[in-house]
Design a binder for this molecule. Structure first.
Ligand code: C5P
Length: 315
């Protein structure tokens, strides 16, 4: 039986601005998304019967049809019935390294890996754009997870413009183990508190989008200017998550007190990341965070920017 092992990198948001409501109930966003080397590994193989099986080494991850990886396989079965009849079902094994409920798109990355894996397994020959279209049916972050790197994401988050690959970017991530933040809750609360500021007309939305295209953040990325990128980090969802979750605020304050280039909550949280100058500095910041907050529930990772999305694992 054929099988593939894929690396499924997490993402962080260097920028997240909520512009307005959409007719589909989602929010109109402008985001700058960045893949990082912290990644899950997803093993996928064809099995004789028609079923989809999902296993994960983390028992808190659902292994049934509610798992996004399962939904990705079901979508492929539904879209490509002839291939499914030829190749049968799939078994998916997820080795979890990306924390859950963390704003790092771990579940989305797993689903993206399943789309890429089944494309290979069933020899479908789908392009990146075709995979992204399928991914958009499953979740707003999944198209980005397919391609990865550095990208400007608009619309629901599914419309992607590739940005210059950021060669350097060293990070420390911090998250309390038992502190997930619900993404629907964060957006819903934002709408309740800031809905009155939303742009309504399509002209206003387009105008704002153009401003972001010529913004400092995109200029800093074009110039590979990490200190400037760090100064311009922004996430609207911090306005609702930080007041509700003082522990997340604490992580942000702690990074700032230690002295890093910049710090921000990723996505809807609860991970906070710090951009630092080098890999050795990342290790120092991690050690200082551990000393400043000796809570066994605090998890810390040293990682860096990754230029790619889903990749075949080596070996
Ligand atoms: O698309 P996805 O399933 O990842 O989105 C999770 C939740 O985040 C949605 O149910 C919605 O509440 C919120 N969301 C939003 N606007 C977006 C993306 C996500 O309101 N553009």
């Amino acid at each position: 039986m054929r099988s593939y092992s894929l690396i499924a990198p997490a993402k962080i948001n260097l920028y997240l601005e909520i512009m307005g409501d959409r007719p589909d109930g989602y929010h109109e966003l402008v985001m700058v998304l960045q893949s990082i080397t912290l990644a899950d590994e997803v093993h996928i193989r064809a099995i004789g019967s028609d079923v989809i099986r999902v296993h994960c080494d983390d028992p808190t991850v659902p292994q049934d049809e509610t798992n996004l990886a399962y939904k990705a396989a079901a979508l492929m079965q539904q879209q490509f019935p002839a291939a499914q009849a030829k190749w049968g079902g799939v078994e998916i094994d997820i080795e979890k390294h990306i924390p859950i409920g963390a704003g790092l798109a771990g579940g989305s990355a797993n689903a993206a890996a399943v789309l890429v894996g089944i494309n290979l397994l069933w020899q479908l020959g789908l392009t990146q754009l075709e995979l992204q279209d399928l991914a958009a049916q499953l979740g707003s972050d999944i198209p980005f997870c397919v391609t990865g790197g550095t990208a400007l994401a608009t619309g629901r988050g599914e419309l992607l413009d590739a940005l210059p690959t950021l060669a350097e970017g060293h990070l420390v991530l911090a998250k309390y183990r038992d502190l997930p933040v619900s993404t629907p809750w964060a957006y819903h609360t934002y709408r309740q508190q800031f809905g009155h500021t939303y742009l309504c007309s399509s002209d206003d939305l387009e105008c704002r989008r153009q401003q972001v295209h010529s913004s400092g953040m995109l200029g800093a990325i074009a110039q590979q200017d990490t200190p400037k990128i760090a100064q311009l980090l922004h996430n609207d969802l911090e306005k609702v998550v930080l007041p509700e979750y003082p522990q997340v605020q604490h992580l942000r304050d702690q990074f700032q007190a230690i002295g890093v280039l910049g710090t921000l909550m990723s996505g809807s949280g609860s991970t906070v990341f710090a951009l630092v100058e080098s890999a050795p500095q990342a290790e120092q910041v991690k050690a200082k965070m551990r000393t400043a907050t000796p809570d066994p529930n605090l998890e810390l990772w040293v990682t860096k920017f990754s230029p790619s999305g889903i990749q075949l694992a080596q070996g």
